[in-house]
Structure formats: structure tokens, C-alpha cells
Design a protein around this ligand. Structure first.
Ligand code: AMP
Ligand code: ZN
Length: 112
């Protein structure tokens, strides 16, 4: 568990979150500051600071399986976007790997 990591605290049940899905390696919960009508974060239960520190590539199977489950549950009718911010320039603010799943509004490209 990462010290003072907000997502480790959620995984440990020490902080509240609106969990939408869980499998053996991942947890999915609503973003506290949603940037779209539906905004869910999919995180590994293990503390991994960013996408650069994934040592076991099979973790992505669990993460993407969780993404599929969440997509099925929130039923986006007209598409969705997955985002993984890595590092300062990308705007990563929580140093625990997470995939953003955003849907429910049209989105621009390129991202800001
Ligand atoms: P990033 O900027 O990619 O690191 O995204 C971090 C995301 O975590 C932001 O969208 C925050 O709103 C979200 N977030 C931070 N703390 C919490 C929390 N306790 N519960 C749910 N989402 C959170
Ligand atoms: Zn953590």
C-alpha cells in the first residue's frame, strides 16, 4: 500500500468511494470531480505509481476486462473515452495508476 495514497485508501476501505465494479486485481469507482456526466476511474488494487511502473503486463488484461464491465454497466449510448495521464506534463495528480472512463457528452480533440 502506498503511504498517503488516496486510491490505496479507497482499495483498503479506509476512504469512501462509489464503487461500480471490482475484480480480483482492480477496483472501479466514480471520480470525485466528474469531467463528464459519467466519469469512472479503474485502478489496480496494487499500488503502482504510473503506467511506467507496470511490471506485469497481464495486469492490463484485468484492467481492460474491468473497463468492459464498467462500459456495460454505465451503458454509454454514443461512445466514451479512456485516458491514462502519466507524469507532470500529462497532468497526473494522483500517483496511483488509473484509467479514466468518460462518457455522456461530446469531447473535443486534441485534448487540452
Ligand atoms: P489524474 O489527474 O489523471 O491523476 O486524475 C486523478 C483523478 O482522481 C481526478 O479526476 C480526481 O478528481 C480524482 N480523485 C482524486 N481523489 C479522489 C477520490 N478520493 N475519489 C475519487 N476520485 C478522486
Ligand atoms: Zn496507491
Amino acid at each position: 500500500m502506498g503511504r498517503d495514497c488516496p486510491f490505496c485508501a479507497i482499495v483498503a476501505g479506509e476512504s469512501k468511494a462509489e464503487v461500480v465494479y471490482e475484480n480480483d486485481r482492480c477496483l472501479a469507482f466514480r471520480d470525485i470531480s466528474p469531467q463528464a456526466p459519467r466519469h469512472v476511474l479503474i485502478v489496480p488494487k496494487e499500488h503502482i505509481p504510473s503506467i511506467d511502473q507496470v511490471e506485469d503486463p497481464t495486469l492490463w488484461i484485468s484492467i481492460m476486462a474491468a473497463v468492459r464491465e464498467v462500459v456495460n454497466r454505465i451503458s454509454p449510448d454514443s461512445g466514451y473515452r479512456l485516458v491514462v495521464n502519466c507524469g507532470e506534463d500529462a497532468g497526473q495528480t494522483v500517483p496511483h495508476l488509473h484509467v479514466h472512463l468518460l462518457s455522456g457528452r461530446p469531447m473535443g480533440w486534441p485534448p487540452g
